[in-house]
Design a protein around this ligand. Structure first.
Ligand code: 3H9
Length: 683
């Protein structure tokens, strides 16, 4: 079936794009659209063209799956050129979101109209490339450098209203009138003597403050750290102020080819597809449909319970939170309200939306109020005995088909399920803190969890905007199990002579937002530490005993000043040295390379074990967990993709070198086999 169809409306040719799911500009679409533009050019009866699309959006841009194969003509830049140089006006009607190549097509049209809900943007940077079909040269020429820079370099789209205010869109019209308005608009402009080709002016943009580029770099330095594409985006926009259009376009092409074949873009594209693949469950019958969920119960109004509740409230679900004491309930609700108000102050929610979300919340001190909930999630203290008691009570109260979920981050979901009369209705929903912000959700599938319950959880995750990954049951599931081996190595290296700052720095340089000891200081070293039971048996115990309990006490593994800037602490170094000497450990200089390898290689090994045990469905799921939940730099693709890029034989050799330091861990057979065959985890 044709993906691009044409229809004559008198003297206007209406060109419609229909390529579900996202109207990507695949080779077929480009060929058919080029033919439609040619038809418009050749016909004497046609005086103007409207380009529009079927479906819920205009277009998600170029077809990313084609980036790994040889280019097919016509290229997107050529297609856009043919639109722009057509001697008849072309009006584009954006029925919804227009991203990447979808936005670049719009930039090549002479007039643009959009519905109010349309989002317009150039997100290429998020997959490690730059707009490669003229976007970096046309957008600044249409809206000015200062408006174009953030759109291109952050990749975040703008609303139709904003687009109208900066001249990217000529008119905003209601969806039901879009088609007819576009045709009327096309007729109106066809009457004019000439139509604009403004975006293709051959001269450079001349009135730009030259500091704007460095200022932008400085302002976004932290966010752009380590990445190649944002810098190329900035350089490309700058070229629009230095070179005539044709030369700028040639440079853009050069940058595009360089980036698209580079490792960072491959890694980011892997992350993009892995996140979407993670939502799919292998081996399930196609006809398993999610159960309806309208009301959600949450046990615990603490940080976790409150954060989890916000996800559902924001998405319009009724939520009942149950606590043991009224004051804890009041405190929890107060924090939810405060978080919403802060979001509203930042302009990310209207006060009406805040009121609507809060309007869905009810609270109670009685578990019996869960009786009509479709899903109940417990976020109580992480102790098996307590969890069992909670699930026993839920089993008595919840309706027969209710789903009962634990937010446990380590515990055995099968054991929890076994204390109910309906283990098929039980699963783990492991949210990450702050639960209202972090995108990751580990959906823990118990041995007896029913397919329908699992499908319901995945469907719900999507509805509340999470990236969900299925994990089997094991201690710590995918994420925390791998974190544990990294921490084990970090602790071991402290004893062998590495300093906290040295270890953290290696991970910062790798691209993590923070290292393990900074993270410990942030979370509080006394998390799970009991003063009256402390026996000075770990470095952490001693630091807590000395009042070094993390950022909140002004000192932990580091000293902090009043602005929370950290500095290495001589006291801590001494505690470590003392510890090492008492346990007979000889301290030595440890190289950064050794630190990096010992922190990261055992994680890859653990990921391989997780794969071979069937805890994760696929390597990409592990990458999705680490990128979305633990700050693994996405432009390296996640631990398993990263391992593939550096070579599994190298990882294996490193692991063999350090095998003696890996407590109770064996090298994965899967890793050995793949390394021997020269394969990667993602092959
Ligand atoms: C570009 O345009 C380059 C040019 O500058 C230069 C070229 C020379 N291609 O996300 P969803 C698939 S680069 C191929 O769940 P949503 C996706 O994998 C492009 N496939 O839907 C999924 O497949 P499946 C710049 C794509 O409604 C299905 O569509 N554009 C593409 O939540 C549904 O996707 C971008 O970077 C694509 N471009 O969100 C935008 N896009 O069902 C990337 C999606 O098999 N896309 N798929 O799992 C997005 O941000 C979101 O997909 C979008 C829709 C917002 C469009």
């Amino acid at each position: 079936m044709s993906k691009v169809t044409t229809r004559r409306e008198g003297d206007v040719l209406v060109v419609s794009l229909d390529n579900p799911p996202v109207n990507a500009f695949s080779a077929e679409v480009r060929q058919q659209m080029a033919a439609a533009i040619e038809e418009a050019g050749e016909s004497d009866e046609i005086r103007a063209v409207v380009i529009r699309a079927e479906g819920r959006m205009f277009s998600g841009g170029a077809d990313i799956t084609e980036f790994n194969s040889a280019p097919v003509d016509p290229s997107l830049p050529d297609l856009i050129d043919s639109i722009e140089t057509l001697a008849k006006p072309v009006v584009i009607a954006l029925n919804g979101t227009a991203l990447g190549g979808g936005c670049e097509i719009a930039l090549g049209c002479h007039y643009r109209i959009a519905v109010p809900s349309a989002k317009i943007g150039l997100p290429e940077v998020k997959i490690g490339i730059l707009p490669g079909a003229g976007g970096t040269q046309r957008l600044p020429r249409v809206v000015g450098v200062e408006q174009a820079l953030p759109i291109i370099v952050t990749g975040n789209p703008i609303s139709a209203k904003k687009a109208e205010s900066i001249g990217l869109v000529d008119r905003v019209v209601e969806p039901e009138k879009l088609r007819e308005e576009a045709i009327a608009f096309a007729r109106e402009v066809a009457e004019r003597d000439e139509h604009p080709v403004s975006s293709r002016r051959t001269d450079k943009i001349s009135d730009t403050d030259p500091d704007v580029f460095d200022d932008f770099r400085e302002k976004h330095a932290r966010r752009l750290r380590g990445q190649e594409a944002p810098e190329k985006c900035i350089q490309a926009v700058k070229l629009a102020t230095e070179l005539p259009y044709e030369e700028g376009i040639a440079k853009e092409r050069e940058f595009f080819i360089e980036l698209v074949s580079g490792t960072q873009s491959k890694a980011l594209r892997h992350v993009f597809f892995a996140e979407r693949q993670a939502g799919k469950i292998d081996g399930l019958a196609k006809d398993v449909r999610p159960l309806p969920v309208r009301k959600v119960g949450i046990i615990g109004a603490g940080t976790m319970g409150g954060g989890i509740a916000m996800n559902f409230l924001s998405a319009g679900y009724d939520v009942t939170i149950v606590e043991r004491k009224q004051d804890a309930l009041d405190r929890g609700v107060g924090i939810i309200r405060k978080n919403y108000d802060a979001t509203a102050r930042k302009g990310r929610m209207t006060t009406e939306q805040v009121d609507a979300a809060m309007g869905h919340l009810t609270t109670s001190l009685d578990y019996r109020d869960f009786a009509d909930c479709d899903l109940v999630i417990e976020a109580v203290f992480e102790l098996m005995e307590i969890k069992k008691e909670v699930f026993g009570r839920l089993d008595e109260i919840c309706k027969p088909d209710a789903i009962m979920a634990s937010n446990t981050s380590y515990l055995d979901v099968n054991e929890i399920a076994a204390c109910t009369s309906r283990p098929e209705n039980v699963l783990g929903l492991h949210f990450f803190s702050p639960a209202n912000i972090m995108r990751l959700l580990e959906v823990v599938r118990g041995d007896k969890t029913s397919p329908q319950v699992l499908v319901t959880a995945m469907d719900l995750a999507k509805k509340i905007g999470k990236v969900a990954v299925v994990s089997g049951v094991c201690h710590g599931f995918i994420g925390n199990r791998m974190l544990a081996v990294r921490q084990e190595q970090a602790n071991a290296m402290l004893m062998e002579g590495a300093l906290p700052d040295q270890i953290d720095r290696v991970l910062l340089e790798f691209g993590f937002p923070m290292g393990p000891f900074q993270m410990a200081d942030l979370a509080g070293l006394d998390l799970g530490w009991k003063e009256d039971e402390s026996d000075s048996s770990t470095i952490r115990d001693v630091l807590c005993e000395r009042g070094r309990r993390g950022q909140k006490t002004g000192k932990g593994f580091y000293d902090y000043d009043e602005n929370r800037r950290r500095a290495p602490s001589e006291e801590v170094n001494e505690v470590i040295r003392d510890f090492a000497s008492r346990s007979g450990k000889e301290q030595r200089d440890i190289s950064e390379e050794e630190i990096r390898e010992r922190l990261l290689y055992p994680m890859v090994n653990e990921g391989a074990l997780i794969l071979e045990e069937g805890i994760a469905q696929r390597a990409g799921d592990i990458d999705t967990v680490w990128v979305n939940g633990y700050g693994w730099p996405p432009y390296t693709g996640g631990p398993m993709f990263w391992a593939d890029t550096i070579g599994l034989d190298r990882i294996l050799a490193g692991l063999e070198r350090y095998e003696g330091t890996m407590e109770d861990r064996e090298i994965s057979t899967l890793l050995r086999e793949k390394a021997a065959k020269g394969e990667g985890f993602n092959d």
